[in-house]
Write a protein that binds this ligand. Structure first.
Ligand code: FAD
Length: 481
């Protein structure tokens, strides 16, 4: 008797290597229906820049499946209803997927699992995207970690839940009687204007691009990562974040490959560990997302509900467009717009400027990042915004306010990064590049800079807004535990 088909529901795990749901489906011997469901009206709908990535990532996984005898079926609609219908139409005997961790996604997956099981369908779910499930990492008293360092120690001590990665299947038995929608018709790519035109020079979405990125990082920048990871003028970080956000590489692949590189002496142990500790920050964010499902909407420190945020559409627009007159902030916001990504140090600087100097609610920043980052990630984005705003678990205290000029001078000492993204002030000497307003008139003139015309004057005084932020913080300070 022939086996009923199995559906493998791809979500943010667009890879064949180390994909537990795929590996299980192949070992089941069932004919496989590989499906991706586009649910633009669902919760956590993909942001604009991430849609560009998604398009190319689907092309890549589709080609990967075809190469081994499979095919990718594209369907759109409410994801629960679509998978239910697909299972019923194809008389599927099983549905397999890798787990997700946002509350709305967990809820959808639970509802689907219940209805499929009721209909007599086997359902198996797997951990494909984390080193350890959030419920597997517990403090000694049985709670969840709210502080990173002990979380990291526990992960170092216990290691990943799985030791070996799954290999990529070399052959797939496809069930091919399902009609697919057209990716082009989904309209994921921007047009008129094509604001993503520069993206392809920076990124290669897909599993092969992810593996190449990891290999080139480990064979070079990894050895100076600890020191240079804070320098936006140097290309010293891995830039794996969008690949991780779409699951084109698993954290276990990164963990094991980095550990091997350390063991062989190719990567210095301290530097490699520092890199893995950043992978652990991602795990920590997922741990927070799971245990604090409201993380994108509500401050983890509830006292921050009473924080007197300002409404200023004008300031928010200047921030978004990279027109605040503070060079390192503007360079970051323009890097984001042009490339879909921003260096971590600069993310911290622009976020601090928004929440503290402009006193604008971190949720406005979180939403803008969600729409403009190719690596937009429900856990990392919300947890990081709360960290900078001071309202998160293990957050930087609110009163620690970054001075963007000092930050720029420290981490972009020659102004290479600022010049790359703000050509209108590129002619300024390094001494003034992070504070053009302090340059003498003849220096400005020589560099072709006319403040207020070719480049904005600062929209706020850094000293005054620092004081204003501390006063605002005093409103809630007494309530912080
Ligand atoms: P590397 O330094 O090479 O680090 C390797 C990996 O570790 C990253 O790809 C990422 O998965 C993880 N990682 C590194 N730093 C952090 C961190 N601070 N928190 C959590 N995980 C981390 N990261 C996202 O992936 N998506 C987001 O939407 C996102 N939003 C952010 C918003 C703000 C306000 C801030 C301050 C940070 C945000 N981050 C986000 C975290 C961090 O900036 C990026 O992960 C990092 O810049 C990605 O570059 P990389 O891959 O070269 O990092």
């Amino acid at each position: 008797m022939s086996l009923q088909p199995a559906i493998v529901w791809f979500r943010n795990d667009l890879r064949l290597m180390d994909n537990p749901a795929v590996a299980y489906a192949v070992s089941s011997g069932r004919p496989i229906i590989a499906v991706y469901v586009h649910d633009p009206k669902g919760p956590l709908a993909t942001g604009a820049a991430a849609k560009w990535w998604l398009h190319h990532s689907l092309v890549s996984i589709g080609a990967g499946l075809t190469a081994i005898g499979g095919e990718l079926t594209l369907l759109s609609g409410n994801c629960v209803e679509t998978v239910e219908r697909l299972a019923s139409d194809t008389k599927a005997g099983a549905v397999y997927w890798n787990r997700r961790y946002a509350a709305a996604q967990i809820d959808a997956d639970k509802r689907l699992k219940t209805s499929l099981k009721k209909a007599g369908c086997e359902v198996q779910t797997f951990n494909g995207n984390l080193l350890r499930e959030p419920w597997e990492v517990e403090t000694k008293t049985g709670g969840y970690y709210r502080v990173f360092t002990p979380f990291w120690r526990s992960l170092q001590h216990g290691g990943p839940a799985r030791v070996e990665t799954y290999t990529s299947p070399s052959k797939l038995n496809a069930y091919s009687a399902v009609a697919s929608e057209s990716l082009t018709e989904w309209g994921l790519l921007p047009s008129d204007p094509d604001w993503a035109s520069e993206f392809p020079t920076h990124w290669s979405p897909g599993e092969a691009g992810a593996a190449k990125r990891l290999a080139s990082f480990l064979s070079g920048p990894a050895n100076t990562y600890g020191e240079e990871r804070n320098r936006p003028d140097l290309a010293c970080t891995s830039r794996l974040s969008p690949h991780l956000a779409f699951g084109e590489i698993s954290p276990l692949q990164i963990w094991n490959t980095t550990r091997s590189a350390i063991a062989s002496g190719a990567v210095d142990a301290a530097e490699g560990d520092k890199f893995l500790s950043e992978i652990a920050w991602r795990e920590f964010s997922y741990n927070l997302l799971y245990h604090f499902p409201d993380i994108a909407a509500a401050p983890m420190k509830r006292e921050f509900e009473a924080f007197p945020w300002r409404q200023s559409p004008g300031d928010l627009a200047a921030w978004r467009r990279g027109r605040t007159g503070i060079p390192i902030v503007d360079a970051g916001m323009r890097e984001l717009w042009r490339t879909g990504w921003m260096h971590n140090r600069v993310r911290m600087i622009v976020a601090s400027f928004l929440c503290k100097n402009l006193l604008i609610d971190w949720r406005d920043g979180e939403r803008w990042f969600w729409d403009t980052l190719v690596d937009a990630d429900a856990a990392n984005n919300a947890a990081s915004w709360q960290w900078v705003a001071g309202s998160g678990a293990d957050a930087a205290p609110y009163f620690r306010i970054f001075n963007p000029v000092t930050q720029g001078e420290k981490f972009d000492p020659e102004g290479v990064y600022v010049r790359r993204f703000i050509p209108e002030i590129a002619g300024l000497p390094a001494k003034y590049i992070h504070k053009p307003w302090s340059a003498p008139n003849d220096v400005l003139q020589k560099a072709g800079v006319s403040l207020g015309e070719t480049y904005p004057r600062p929209i706020v005084s850094l000293a005054e807004t620092r004081k204003r932020a501390l006063d605002a913080y005093d409103v809630i300070r007494g309530r912080i535990q």
